[in-house]
Design a binder for this molecule. Structure first.
Ligand code: COA
Length: 503
């Protein structure tokens, strides 16, 4: 039944098959699609485009909110549709193509993509593909489980293809808060003062004349894989909870803390789950993704309000939320990602940003994106939007992994996404380093003493001492700075063999 979802009646004539809609996408087009961390993505048109390209080669630039579900990025990669892709991905097949130099991946701060589109730093969007719950009488679009960049894609694209997803409950209406930022130099403030502020409308305005095709689907989002907390992630969560406890004791934070942001990854999710057993109350969230832990905290009465750009949860939680939207209606809001990640708002509200690092170095520079400095993992996502502007910028990671063959604390980060200037607190399963107010030499001592796995502590200490002998504000032994990464590439482990221990 799509009649109760297309309230602007003349648009019913635009219903076509996914193949017919995909045929509107031409070679070399710039396509802006809905989809943010697997939620609210195109489930019919982009997959149909991938199938079509197997017989009829074509290349597009694909912009989304963030990652897509249903292996759509893999299908598009395999059929060689993607010449350029931005701003984020998590797909192993696409990752391989990016690292082979076949797909040009533009790793953007998630806040920035539509800012650059609006200001014409990027080529214009030819066609938008937007998944919706329904189309209102005025032609405006009610998104599904994410907003991402959809509002600006719809505004900026010349043509819009709409996917009406019958599997999305009509009760999603009202969950979104759509606010479009204006251009420069007249841009005004984003008047959000708390996670629960509502400043916009509940649907995406679009000129109905631009809607060129409507495709009916009935496919739920792909579920998130939620890795349960383990010994290491639990230890990290405990160090962090102790830290917050002390901040409250010192009077720097109240028991409700400040709005929390939690990044993707198993560690961030474990940290959020750790709040369940704590005595914090009236917690709020101003983040980009709402994960299982958010809803667990709301159900437990620990969290009063959560704002983000998408709901990305496990299968179990997906059904629970979709079938009980009334429980969450006054506790959750979904916003465009240039609002959920707006530096202005993050700083105004004093958001506490908790993100995961691939590695960090002895001075606190953080690598979130590149394995051993060269190979893209996922992308910077929103970590930079939050880290740079947060009240407290926290990064977490395991001290070592792969049977301790990899140390996540290294002499020099092999790629830097977040500089030492943007990082306040580092936590591993070994301990927590509070870097506030410390100079580089002091930071190194605290990081080595608290965060490093015992297998690597002596070598890192030795590196630091030899670096100090050479002097400098931020001492390094440059010819040795990446030796751990070189060793990993050569031997499969960052550890020195016994014969290499000459000092
Ligand atoms: N060298 C080589 N491989 C490394 C490595 C290193 N220094 N560090 C991590 N890896 C590997 C891991 O071994 C793992 O490989 P596997 O899948 O084969 O086991 C993989 O990289 C991912 O590591 P893992 O610890 O499982 O990652 P995670 O799920 O905790 O995610 C990030 C960590 C950093 C990849 C993830 O948080 C991310 O993409 N962050 C950037 C985006 C972001 O922060 N967004 C925040 C706002 S939502």
């Amino acid at each position: 039944m799509y009649q109760d979802r297309i309230l602007r009646r003349e648009l019913i004539d635009k219903i076509v098959t996914a193949d017919q809609a995909a045929a509107l996408i031409k070679d070399q087009m710039v396509v802006g699609s809905s989809g943010f961390t697997k939620a609210g993505d195109s489930k019919a048109v982009l997959p149909a485009l991938a199938s079509r390209a197997q017989a009829e080669p074509l290349h597009i630039t694909l912009l989304t909110g963030a990652s897509l579900g249903h292996n759509t990025d893999a299908a598009l990669t395999t059929s060689h549709v993607l010449s350029r892709r931005m701003p984020f991905q998590v797909d192993p097949v696409l990752r391989k193509s990016i690292n082979a130099g076949e797909v040009m991946f533009i790793d953007h701060h998630l806040y920035e993509t539509v800012e650059q589109l609006q200001n014409k730093h990027l080529p214009p969007v030819d066609i938008a593909v937007i998944e919706v719950t329904k189309i209102e009488e005025d032609g405006s679009l009610v998104p599904t489980t994410s907003v991402g960049n959809s509002a600006h894609f719809a505004a900026l694209a010349q043509q819009v293809i709409v996917e009406v997803n019958l599997s999305m409950p009509l009760g999603l209406s009202g969950l979104h808060d759509i606010f479009l930022t204006g251009g420069y130099p007249e841009r005004s403030i984003i008047p959000i003062t708390s996670p629960s502020s509502r400043i916009g409308r509940t649907s995406i305005p679009v000129d109905p004349e631009k809607i060129v095709a409507i495709v009916i689907t009935n496919i739920p989002d792909s579920p998130a894989t939620v890795v349960p907390p383990d010994v290491k992630t639990t230890a990290i969560a405990e160090y962090l909870l102790d830290f917050f406890k002390n901040e409250v004791k010192q009077g720097r934070l109240k028991k409700s803390l400040l709005p929390l942001q939690a990044g993707i990854g198993k560690v961030a999710n474990a940290v959020m789950s750790g709040f369940l057993k704590s005595d914090y109350e009236n917690l709020t969230m101003y983040s980009e993704v709402l994960q299982d832990s958010t809803f667990e905290l709301i159900d437990a009465g620990k969290m009063t309000y959560a704002s983000a750009s998408s709901i990305t949860v496990s299968e179990e939680w997906y059904h629970r939320i979709m079938n009980n939207l009334n429980l969450y209606r006054d506790k959750v809001v979904l916003r465009p990602q240039n609002i959920s990640n707006a530096p202005e708002v993050i700083r105004r509200m004093g958001v506490i940003g908790i993100n995961t690092a691939i590695e960090f170095d002895i001075y606190g520079n953080v690598n979130s994106t590149h394995l051993s400095g060269t190979h893209m993992m996922n992308g910077i996502g929103g970590s930079g939007d939050f880290a740079r502007n947060a009240f407290l910028s926290i990064f977490v990671t395991q001290a070592a992994s792969k049977e301790n063959a990899i140390s996540h604390v290294v002499p020099m980060a092999s790629h830097v996404d977040h500089t030492e200037h943007d990082v306040d607190i580092l936590v591993t399963d070994q301990g927590l380093a509070d870097l506030r107010g410390l100079a580089p030499r002091e930071r190194a001592k605290v990081i080595i003493a608290n965060c490093v796995h015992p297998d690597y502590r002596d070598e890192l200490q030795s590196y630091y001492e030899r670096a100090c002998q050479r002097g400098g504000h931020t001492p390094h032994v440059l010819e040795e700075a990446f030796s751990w990464h070189s060793r990993l590439a050569a031997t499969g482990s960052m550890k020195k063999s016994v014969t290499e221990w000459s000092y």
